[in-house]
Design a protein around this ligand. Sequence first.
Ligand code: NAP
Length: 317
Amino acid sequence: MRYIPFGEEKQKVSEIVLGLMRIGPGKTTTKSLSVPEVEYLLDTAYDCGINMLDNADVYANGACEEKLGEVYAARPDLRKKFFLQTKCGIRKDPGITYFDFSRDYILESVDKSLRRMQTDHIDSLLLHRPDALMEPDEIAEAFEILKASGKVLHFGLSNCTPMMIERLKKVLTVPVAADQIQLSAAFTPIIDGGINFNTQTDAGIMRDGGGILEYCAMNGIAVQAWSALQYGFFGGVYLGSDKYPDLNRVIDRIAEEHNVTNTAVALAWILRIPVSMQAVIGTTKPQRVRDSAEAASFTLTRREWYEIYMAAGNILP
Ligand SMILES: NC(=O)c1ccc[n+]([C@@H]2O[C@H](COP(=O)([O-])OP(=O)(O)OC[C@H]3O[C@@H](n4cnc5c(N)ncnc54)[C@H](OP(=O)(O)O)[C@@H]3O)[C@@H](O)[C@H]2O)c1
């Protein structure tokens, strides 16, 4: 496993992060994992060198945080072994879901997350989806209160543009440690526009908010790729999918050459991008956790990276 330095204290966190969105009941889950099954998943991850978990208040309406809390209650050692990240800011009221980065909502959400996860602190808190009505002063105040109370140690964002982060940074008294963004070999809007800059093809349309990868690299912000194996917006897993025959052929060949699984190659493709990069995996299967961890044990060549990029249907100018 390889590690990146995270936040001000440059804490060592693994390049592969175990996401817990699918452990609870909900629309992204086929079945809910039992507490012993989650324990085994976490033990497996830890044995592979993975030391960071990603959760959110909104996953299965709090059930994914609750389940983790039950795991911690049964196995307190697991709380100490993992750097715990969760998110807030997607608000579900009866009949409507919207985004809320107000001071009071952030503070209230964190208290609920702490109770559900049966822990006294969160290592990293991300604001989940940009709130069009966000007011930086309110966010700054909430973060200061949470940091001073010891309830949250690090802060970050998710799905935010460079200018949103820049605006927040003008008033925040704590650093922004991460931006969690969707990225897989079959979902590359944050890469395409840059490569095709100033061309007249649709690939040249800038969907990266104006250089999010470069911005994060220049500002010591970790990029966390979510849905690292999916196409579209929760479209499904592209590995083994007949929607992506060329991509699978190339990935399978490279996997054979490196003597690893196709999962490892798919994630190594993300980790090859030269920023402080993490891939957040969402599997509920211990063997797939092991396969995923292998991604951080080798490096794709530049040629292999571009072969995969183009086999996904992308073009170079
Ligand atoms: N910030 C955000 O807005 C945001 C949004 C979505 C997700 N996330 C985070 O990102 C994490 C990962 O997202 P995700 O779950 O969509 O990621 P993912 O790893 O791309 O997808 C996981 C799903 O793919 C299946 N899968 C994994 N490997 C497979 C393979 N080799 N062949 C076939 N199926 C395979 C898994 O099934 P099995 O369980 O059967 O392996 C699971 O259903 C989440 O847990 C969450 O922490 C963040």
